[in-house]
Design a protein around this ligand. Structure first.
Ligand code: ADP
Length: 376
């Protein structure tokens, strides 16, 4: 049996899955937390990986490759890469663009290479799928020299999910990916939209960092950069404080006091006006992007919901799309209400645009890309 181990390493956590490529199923999965925290029995990632290995038991002998999620591939990576000393150095160099994520991803890579030294290790980047963005869509209108020197441009994230879901949509519809114009709404705790033309990402809502775009659990999404200057000058906030404000204390959390959509929705249904207003802002931003991306794509064949909110919340799906019938976008209430873990239509039979729910599976996509790269 060919198993691929998928590792998603954070600064204090290691998520792992052992994936059987023949079935696509995760045969073992788990999460190690509080790595390196005070009083934690797991002092560092190296020790953490030895625990993971022990949990995998005999199955570890069947591992043919390890796939690592890496958040930022910058302009360097447009696909998965075999982890060599050079690739490690590049990931490290890209830490300037993702200071919280890339160093943590590297800790996982280094620890896993020690734990599993005889198999190939592959880095799969969240940004890679969006490297097809044309220059007009990835360029910020600022001084070009400064932008080039500091690698400032739109990169986009959730690429592994957008790629998996857009391909799964084409398979589900039984149509060649090359012919489809698709919008994927990845609505989880972090959220992003992508416009995908014939399998190529042509625009996406996240930018240099995962802060831009939709209203998220704790991130503001789109905001006038002038807000930063204004708050720095008037409220006396430092750059670090503004970073925390926009990344960790904004979005649904900033608007309502909770970053979890379930809480917000419940509060709204009880008549809480702040929660109701937050849902309206959340919805407004989604519709703003749908309209923009239909214009960029020059039409639309499929609109796909995925991730925590997109897969599980029929009411928010309905509200997000209400009134867009003039664009050919319709929802069938019975189909939308059907609770299921499978890919499914939620648009009526024969609708112009196929509206779908497709559960994402980033680990499976990482495993497949890893296997394809190393030929196992
Ligand atoms: P992440 O972005 O962390 O990978 P997920 O894609 O798993 O997260 O999405 C998690 C989020 O999805 C949670 O923060 C929660 O708010 C939201 N969520 C999950 N189920 C529901 C639901 N039934 N209704 C509304 N929100 C939900």
């Amino acid at each position: 049996m060919s198993l691929v181990c998928v590792i998603n390493s954070g600064s204090s956590s290691i998520k792992y899955q052992l994936i059987d490529l023949a079935t696509g199923a995760a045969v073992v999965s788990g999460l190690l937390e509080r790595i390196g925290e005070e009083g934690s029995p797991v002092p560092n990632h190296e020790f953490g990986m030895s625990i993971v290995l022990a949990k995998l038991g005999d199955r570890s002998a069947e591992i043919s490759a390890v796939g690592h999620r890496v958040v930022h591939g910058g302009p360097n990576f447009d696909g998965p890469a075999l982890v060599t000393a050079e690739v490690e150095a590049e990931i490290n160099d890209l830490s300037a663009l993702a200071p919280l994520h890339n160093p943590a991803n590297l800790l996982g890579i280094r620890a896993a290479k020690i734990a599993l030294p005889t198999v190939p290790h592959v880095a799969v980047f969240d940004t890679a799928f969006h490297q097809t963005l044309p220059a007009d869509s990835y360029t910020y209108a600022i001084d070009t020299e400064l932008a080039a020197q500091y690698r400032v441009r739109r990169y986009g994230f959730h690429g592994t999910s957008h790629e998996y879901v857009s391909r799964a949509a084409a398979e589900f519809l039984g149509r060649p990916l090359e012919t489809l114009k698709t919008i994927v709404l990845h609505l989880g705790n972090g959220a992003s939209v992508a416009a995908i033309d014939g399998g190529r990402s042509i625009d996406t809502s996240m930018g240099l960092t995962p802060l831009e775009g939709l209203v998220m659990g704790t991130r503001s999404g789109d905001i006038d950069a002038g807000v930063i200057f204004h708050l720095a000058r008037q409220a006396g906030l430092s750059i670090d404080e503004l970073d925390v404000l926009l990344n960790r204390r904004s979005g649904l959390l900033g608007l309502t006091g909770s970053g979890d959509m379930r809480d917000v929705q419940e509060a709204a249904s009880r008549g809480n006006t702040a929660a109701q207003a937050a849902l309206a802002v959340w919805r407004h931003r989604i519709r703003h992007y749908i309209g923009a991306y239909i214009a960029e794509l020059g039409g639309l064949d499929a609109l796909v919901f995925t991730a925590g909110i997109g897969e599980n919340n029929s009411l928010l799906r309905r509200r997000a799309l209400a009134g867009l019938e003039f664009l050919g976008i319709e929802i069938d209430d019975d189909r939308n209400e059907l609770a299921s873990r499978a890919a499914r239509f939620i648009s009526p039979e024969g609708a112009t645009v196929s509206v779908l729910v497709i559960p994402t599976n980033e680990e499976l996509e990482i495993a497949r890309q890893t296997a394809a790269l190393v030929g196992v």
